[in-house]
Design a binder for this molecule. Structure first.
Ligand code: MIG
Length: 745
């Protein structure tokens, strides 16, 4: 039979040492064009191939009936028809533009060539019960990026990981394979050979780049083997193809980019007010304060505790008038309690997940026994969205989705029973085992759409769980990290790989969630947070407080300075959010994404680029006041001192406790504003730093009102020509801005 069958070592199956017999597709028979796809009949089943306009190739097969539909997490793409199919003895070729897809009949192989060069090779496909196995050619020297929210460093090659949305409370280490998000997408790079792959399957998926030499094995637990190959020539092109397929980031309101303060929990309106007053009196900017689970009445979603949160309406009004937003947490579990309208309506309107046979599924979470909305169903998502009127009536415009893996206490596997059914539509029902990883995405989708309908403004949604496509509805944070230096450092590769998987808007709990932060750790974490897409300080109940003023005067002074810096940069940052929402490239980039021709960048995980030209190199070790920084080719300026450096070298950058190394590349601009207490108070005076090396260049940024859905914006183009700067505005946003030019050379 096929060589790969021998290559599957038993370790692949972990503790399960049963001999697993795989049925390989070893031969392809009839290969024909059928409507919008090519059908390949094999000894086991039919295998389908489709090509989309932007160079995405899809392969899909099922060991049951034909099903060419995609999951609801992806965008509808137009298939192309203008390809040629050439059938030969043992090889069929599909030719489309620069692509040739070669199908070897026996043994069954598929290879994709672009401009004559091999990109991708499917070595084998096999099945075992409900599972499918995909074997792909792999070099251990290659670099593999993406896979969403994973622990460890940037390059994921020579590792094995599992996609199964899980609430992981123990410290996140490289041994934690499963975390809250499942994004089955990676990019593969070795020299000039590059491709991206997305496997659209929300059941448990194992990516094994470790066990077998020379090949990757991807195992889907149940459902279709349905995957897409991105044939872009560069990492950036691959990332954009992924955004074409799984969607671009949503556009959050401007206030989502401000500084956010959270804690589990601010236990009463008095405590909430006290936090707010502290920010005000200490002149530390803040755009949002979070309400964690203790704001509710017995943890019942869509309620407030009448004792501790008595008077919440007027407090929220006061904060709102001052420009401070409130973001309450909403979990998916609905307390089983007759008389509680959310539960009663859920039963009456058939909104909850049920076992086969119709018995209600309940599981224990914060409110006790709880039922779970079925977010796979559009009708049910809509009703969930409407529930948010309770919040939007109070002026709330942002929601925090937690526990949506879903996490279920004291249950096998800490989640919903796998036999529970999802009523996707009237004609389609699937088991939780098959749909697990999409549950959180459905919840955020429902929340996002609900908020948008209710407020008619850009919603802000923060989520813990997700699947590919989550970027269309929510910002992602990486869950329960720890107040440790290791987790400070790991914040970067985690967010960078999320970005490379489509999730541009992401962040971590600044200061760390569990364990006790120190002043030094909080300062260093806050300094990094200033440059992350999402900047929220959050901390667990029972842990040492870590609001900016809770350590010494020195701690307060330094964190204040950096939180203010966030506001000086906020026009720039929001413009980068907007660009990423348009072009699909993450705003926080690993060096390799910008400098792909420079292999020295390939493994750098502890510095990053925000936007296109701002290099951030945080200090991530206690007591350190200097660190190694790699500056890629070009001329660079220290953002704080304007000192000039030649790139293509490692430098040692000093950073005492009140400094962070940040460099800006020549031939770029940064729009800066004076700091203010929150984004509602942002000034219309913009200082444009123009970083010049003498050459002519153009750069631009985008401004708008940061909140409405009108789609009116202003593009500000800065043209550096013959040592003169010209500023030109285009677009339909009518507010006037004053520009001051500051040339740095
Ligand atoms: O079982 O709402 O990750 O941010 O503070 C823990 C309480 C539930 C987990 C979240 C964390 C949040 C906490 N939640």
């Amino acid at each position: 039979m096929h060589s790969s069958s021998d290559a599957v070592k038993p370790e692949l199956f972990g503790n399960d040492k049963r001999k697993i017999k795989l049925d390989f597709i070893y031969t392809a028979k009839n290969i024909i064009i059928e409507e919008d796809h090519i059908k390949i009949e094999t000894n086991i089943n039919s295998f389908y191939l489709m090509i989309y306009k932007n160079g995405i190739v899809r392969f899909t097969t099922y060991n049951k009936e034909i099903d060419l539909e995609s999951s609801y997490s992806i965008e509808t793409l137009e298939p192309v028809y203008q390809y040629k199919l050439i059938n030969d003895d043992n090889i069929s070729k599909v030719v489309y533009n620069h692509l040739i897809i070669e199908i070897q009949h026996t043994p069954f192989h598929i290879s994709i060539f672009k401009n004559g060069k091999l990109k991708y090779q499917q070595k084998a496909v096999a099945f075992c019960d409900t599972q499918s196995y995909l074997f792909i050619e792999r070099s251990s020297e290659a670099f593999i990026y993406g896979l969403g929210e994973k622990t460890g460093f940037l390059n994921k090659n020579n590792e094995k990981t599992v996609m199964w949305n899980s609430d992981v409370f123990e410290p996140h280490t490289q041994s934690n394979k499963e975390l809250y998000q499942s994004i089955n997408m990676f990019s593969y790079i070795i020299n000039d050979q590059k491709y991206g792959l997305f496997l659209d399957n929300p059941s448990r998926v194992t990516f094994d780049f470790e066990t077998n030499d020379h090949e990757s094995v991807i195992i889907s637990d149940i459902g279709k083997l349905d995957y897409y190959i991105y044939t872009g020539d560069t990492l950036k092109e691959i990332i954009i193809q992924n955004a074409d397929l799984t969607g671009r980031s949503y556009l959050p309101p401007l206030w989502a980019l401000g500084y956010h303060q959270s804690r589990h929990s601010y236990e009463s309106v008095e405590e909430l007010l006290e936090i707010y007053h502290n920010f005000k009196q200490r002149k530390i900017p803040v755009d949002a304060i979070y309400l964690d689970i203790l704001y509710m009445d017995h943890y019942k979603v869509f309620t407030f505790n009448e004792k501790t949160y008595n008077g919440v309406e007027s407090v929220l009004k006061e904060l709102k008038e001052d420009g401070v937003e409130i973001v309450p947490i909403v979990d998916p579990g609905v307390k089983v309690e007759e008389g509680y309208s959310v539960y009663d309506e859920g039963v009456k309107q058939n909104l909850f997940c049920k076992y086969p046979g119709g018995k209600l599924f309940t599981g224990h979470v914060w409110p006790g026994e709880s039922a779970f909305y079925d977010f796979t169903n559009e009708r049910i998502r809509k009703i969930w969205g409407e529930n948010h009127k309770v919040y939007t009536d109070l002026g709330i415009e942002g929601i925090w989705n937690d526990m949506n893996e879903p996490s279920v206490f004291y249950s096998e596997g800490n989640t919903m029973d796998l036999s529970v059914l999802h009523q996707i539509s009237d004609s389609q029902v699937k088991s939780h085992r098959e749909m697990h990883n999409i549950y959180g995405l459905g919840m955020s989708m429902a929340t996002y759409e609900g908020l948008q309908t209710l407020t008619n403004k850009r919603p802000f949604v923060l989520t813990r769980a997700g699947y590919a496509g989550i970027q269309k509805y929510a910002t992602v944070w990486t869950g329960d990290n720890r107040s440790s230096w290791e987790h400070l450092e790991m914040s970067m590769p985690m967010c960078l790989n999320l970005g490379l998987s489509g999730v541009s808007l992401c962040g971590i709990d600044v200061g760390g969630f569990m364990d006790n932060a120190t002043e030094e750790l909080l300062i260093r974490w806050t300094q990094m947070g200033v440059f992350l897409p999402f900047f929220r300080n959050h901390c667990s109940i029972g842990m040492r407080r870590q609001e900016p003023w809770t350590f010494s005067k020195r701690g307060e002074k330094i964190t204040r300075k950096f939180i203010r810096l966030r506001y000086e940069l906020i026009r720039f940052l929001y413009s980068e959010v907007y660009k990423s929402h348009k072009d699909g490239v993450p705003m926080m980039k690993p060096l390799v994404l910008k400098y792909e021709d420079d292999p020295k960048t390939y493994s750098i995980h502890d510095q990053f680029i925000i936007g296109d030209n701002v290099m951030v190199a945080p200090i991530v070790r206690p007591g350190e006041t200097a660190r190694k920084v790699y500056l890629p080719t070009g001329i660079w300026f220290n953002f704080f001192t304007n000192e000039k450096y030649k790139g293509n070298q490692f430098i040692i950058a000093d950073a005492t406790l009140d400094q962070i190394p940040v460099f800006v590349k020549a031939e770029s601009i940064i729009p800066l504003t004076d700091w203010c207490m929150n984004t509602e108070k942002l000034s219309n005076k913009i200082k444009i730093n123009v970083y010049s090396n003498g050459n002519d260049f153009k750069d631009s940024f985008v401004i708008d009102d940061g909140r409405s859905l009108t789609g009116k914006y202003k593009q500000v183009e800065v043209n550096y020509h013959n040592k003169e700067v010209e500023v030109k505005e285009t677009g339909s946003y009518e507010v006037n801005f004053e520009y001051e030019i500051n040339i740095i050379k």
